[in-house]
Design a protein around this ligand. Structure first.
Ligand SMILES: Cc1ncc(COP(=O)(O)O)c(C=O)c1O
Length: 393
């Protein structure tokens, strides 16, 4: 018998090509219609009063937004997915849907800095107290739980320093104590780590990165299991979160090729990470898929791949002007925040000031790179030119 699986069992690359496709009269077209809508018309007063129509108002969803949501539901194994206008908006909706006044939040110390800012501003004003924890704490998280702890927020690995996290240990404690969990899973994507299947309640993607994949759209997604989707959806609606149809369309288009892009990002990033390990200017390469990385065993146990984002530390004696010469000389690596697009990027990172539960020593200049879809040999040549400029600066 051929191995023909049902929709739910299909492998991720197949889901990416087929989920969220058209039904009904649009079934003749491969891609969904891009529906620009605010007003939605009703057939009758009765239809208006009973709200029995599938579509009621632009903000509440259209066939375009439903196509992306359906594809993400299949990919994540989710009960439902909410779309947000950026990754940070998706994170905020997830936090606000789980937390209220006088609640306590446990937040990983290596979290994306703007997520920390949400905790220190909006959530603090609401009366939510945040305790940051060491990503290495694992099952020790139990000691930080209080009667009013509602949520443990995770990110793995940290997106500047790439510490891996023993996710099953957190999930086990959270489940035993009746606490919900959320993860910013942008680095692994649901292709390399499946949060909902591993017991995490909310799986968040900065869709701006690998879903969109072309550096031209801001978008965020939150996918939820049965237990959390009603709360997530209610908050998403209450806050009026919405993504325009052109951006939704581009995200869906990006999603179709995500698996092949990630394979290439992973392979090229590993090639370059290994090459960097042999450079005298580099004291450490932070990439959990490298056998030498402290998080490698956990990464290998829990994740099935890695994306194109990692970092390396330069010799502590490297002067600031030499670091600047290195970065300024790169031609194929743009200087830019964000990542996940087809192009390579580099930044000088300073994680230290954004840590409170742990200490990160910023002595060694830390360069974070995103390895794009260029030929890795050309990227290595570009980095070599950067190192040459560094030596003569
Ligand atoms: C790990 C991580 N999460 C979330 C975000 C936020 O995504 P966005 O820029 O779409 O708001 C970023 C952006 O850099 C990120 O690196």
């Amino acid at each position: 018998m051929p191995d023909r699986k049902t929709t739910h069992d299909r492998r991720p690359a197949t889901v990416l090509a087929h989920s969220g496709r058209n039904h009904g009269e649009n079934r003749y077209f491969v891609n969904p219609p891009v529906i620009h809508a605010s007003t939605v018309l009703y057939d009758s007063v009765e239809a208006m009063q009973t709200r029995t129509q599938p579509y009621t108002y632009g903000r509440q969803g259209t066939p375009t937004s439903e196509a992306l949501e359906a594809a993400l539901n299949d990919l994540e194994g989710a009960a439902g997915t909410c779309l947000a206008p950026s990754g940070l908006a998706a994170i905020s909706v997830a936090l606000l849907s789980m937390l209220g006044a006088d609640d306590h939040l446990l937040m990983i110390d290596t979290v994306y800095a703007p997520t920390r800012n949400v905790c220190e501003t909006v959530l603090k004003r609401m009366g939510v107290e945040t305790t940051y924890f060491d990503p290495a704490i694992g099952a020790g998280i139990a000691d930080l739980i209080r009667d009013n702890t509602r949520l443990i927020f995770l990110e793995a690995p940290g997106s500047l320093t790439f510490e891996m996290v023993d996710l099953p240990a957190f999930v086990e404690v959270a489940k035993a104590r009746g606490i919900r969990t959320a993860i910013d899973n942008t680095w692994a994507t649901p292709l390399f780590y499946r949060p909902l299947e591993n017991g995490i309640d909310l799986s968040i993607q900065a869709g701006t990165k690998y879903i969109v994949g072309h550096s031209d759209v801001m978008l965020g997604t939150v996918s939820a299991n049965d237990a959390t989707f009603p709360d997530l959806k209610a908050t998403h609606r209450a806050l009026g979160q919405h993504v325009g149809p052109d951006d939704v369309y581009l995200a869906l288009r990006g999603l179709r090729t995500m698996a092949v892009r990630l394979e290439r990002h992973m392979a090229s990033a590993l090639t370059i990470a290994r090459w960097l390990q042999g450079r005298p200017e580099v004291v450490a390469v932070r990439h959990p898929a490298l056998e030498t990385d402290p998080g490698h065993a956990v990464w290998k146990r829990d994740f099935s791949g890695a994306c194109g984002l990692f970092a390396f530390e330069l010799q502590p004696s490297t002067p600031a002007k030499a670091v600047a010469a290195f970065l300024d000389t790169l031609e194929l690596f743009g200087l830019g925040y964000s990542w996940g697009g087809f192009e390579s990027l580099a930044i000088l990172a300073k994680p230290g000031p954004n840590r409170t539960a742990t200490r990160y020593d910023d002595t060694n200049p830390l360069i974070r790179v995103h390895i794009g879809l260029e030929d890795p040999a050309d990227l290595i040549a570009d980095l070599e030119a950067g190192f040459a400029a560094m030596a003569s600066a």
